[in-house]
Write a protein that binds this ligand. Structure first.
Ligand code: BEZ
Ligand code: FE
Length: 294
C-alpha cells in the first residue's frame, strides 16, 4: 500500500497493527493512532507548529532526571493524572478520597514516634496533626504506616532546599497505635507554585494559567489487606482551592486548620504560643480479591 492521503492514512496505520501479539498493546496503539490523527485533523497544524510541538516534547524529556519528572508535571497540569486516579480509585462509603502523589515524596523518610516534632530547623506557626486510620467500615487499624510530607511556610519542600537546611524535615513515617491513632507536631504549610522554570511553566504562561497549589499536607497510608491510600488534606479557606493547577482538590479533603490559643494542647503538651490543629480520620479500602491481569 502506498500513496496515502489525509483520508486514507489513519486506516492504513491501523491495519499495520494487525500483527500485534498482545491484545492490550493492540488496543492502546489503535486508540493512540485514532485520537492523535483526530487531534491533527482538528488542529490542522502548520509545519512550524508541528516542529514547535516536537521541540516542546523534546525539552520536556530533557528536563527529566532523578529529581525532576517534567512529563508527570505535564500529565498533572493537563488533568490526566487526576483522570487516571479517578478511573483507578472509586471510593466506597467510609473510604478517604485520593489525589495526586506529586514529585516531593521520598521513599526513605525518617521513622518518627507519635508526638514527635518533625519541623527540624524550619520556622513557622506550630501545627499539631492528629488523626486515625480505620477500615472503610470503621474498624481501627493498629500498626498502619502513615507517611506525611508538606511544604514550609514559604511554600518550599525540604528537598528543594536541602543545601540550606542540611537534612530532611517536615516529612516522616509514623505507625498508628493500638487504637489506630497517630499524632505529630510540625509547622503550618503554605500554598506554593509547582516547579515552573521548564516547558510546563512555559505552557501554563501561554495558556494564561497560574502555577499555584493550595496549602496541604500529604499522606500515604498503608496497612496489610488494604489499598494504599495516597492523598492530601487541604487548608480550608486557601485562595487556590478552586483553581489548583493540578486539579487535585476534593471537598472531602478540605479541613479547618483550627487556630488554638497557648496552653495545654489535645496531646497533653503545654504550648507557650498559639498553634494550629488539624484532625483527620482516614478510611482505607479493602484490597479486592486478586485480579487476573498482571
Ligand atoms: C505536590 O503536591 O507536591 C505536587 C503535586 C503535583 C505537581 C507538583 C507538586
Ligand atoms: Fe504538595
Amino acid at each position: 500500500m502506498r500513496n496515502f492521503n489525509e483520508t486514507t492514512i489513519t486506516d492504513a496505520v491501523l491495519e499495520r497493527l494487525a500483527g500485534a501479539r498482545d491484545a492490550r498493546i493492540k488496543q492502546v496503539s489503535a486508540a493512540l493512532v485514532r485520537h492523535l490523527h483526530a487531534f491533527v485533523r482538528e488542529v490542522r497544524p502548520t509545519q512550524q507548529e508541528w516542529e514547535y510541538g516536537i521541540d516542546f516534547l523534546t525539552r520536556t524529556g530533557q528536563m527529566c532526571d532523578d529529581k525532576r519528572q517534567e512529563f508527570i508535571l505535564l500529565s498533572d497540569t493537563l488533568g490526566v493524572s487526576m483522570l487516571v486516579d479517578a478511573i483507578n480509585h472509586p471510593v466506597p462509603e467510609g473510604a478517604t478520597e485520593t489525589t495526586v502523589l506529586g514529585p516531593f515524596f521520598v521513599q526513605a523518610a525518617p521513622e518518627r514516634a507519635n508526638g514527635d516534632d518533625i519541623s527540624g530547623p524550619m520556622k513557622g506557626d506550630p501545627l499539631l496533626v492528629t488523626g486515625s486510620v480505620s477500615s472503610a467500615d470503621g474498624a481501627p487499624l493498629a500498626g498502619a504506616v502513615v507517611d506525611v510530607w508538606h511544604s514550609d511556610d514559604d511554600g518550599y519542600y525540604d528537598v528543594q532546599r536541602l543545601e540550606q537546611i542540611g537534612d530532611l524535615a517536615m516529612r516522616a513515617r509514623f505507625h498508628t497505635d493500638g487504637d489506630g491513632r497517630f499524632h505529630f507536631w510540625s509547622i503550618k504549610p503554605a500554598a506554593y507554585p509547582i516547579p515552573n522554570d521548564g516547558p510546563v511553566g512555559d505552557m501554563l504562561a501561554a495558556q494564561g494559567r497560574h502555577p499555584w497549589r493550595p496549602a496541604h499536607v500529604h499522606f500515604m497510608i498503608s496497612a496489610p489487606g488494604f489499598e494504599r491510600l495516597v492523598t492530601h488534606v487541604f487548608v480550608a479557606g486557601d485562595q487556590y482551592l478552586d483553581s489548583d493547577v493540578v486539579f487535585g482538590v476534593k471537598d472531602s479533603l478540605i479541613r479547618d486548620f483550627a487556630r488554638c490559643p497557648p496552653g495545654r494542647a489535645p496531646d497533653g503538651r503545654m504550648v507557650a504560643q498559639g498553634y494550629f490543629h488539624l484532625n483527620y480520620d482516614f478510611g482505607l479500602k479493602r484490597l479486592a480479591a486478586r485480579a487476573n491481569r498482571v
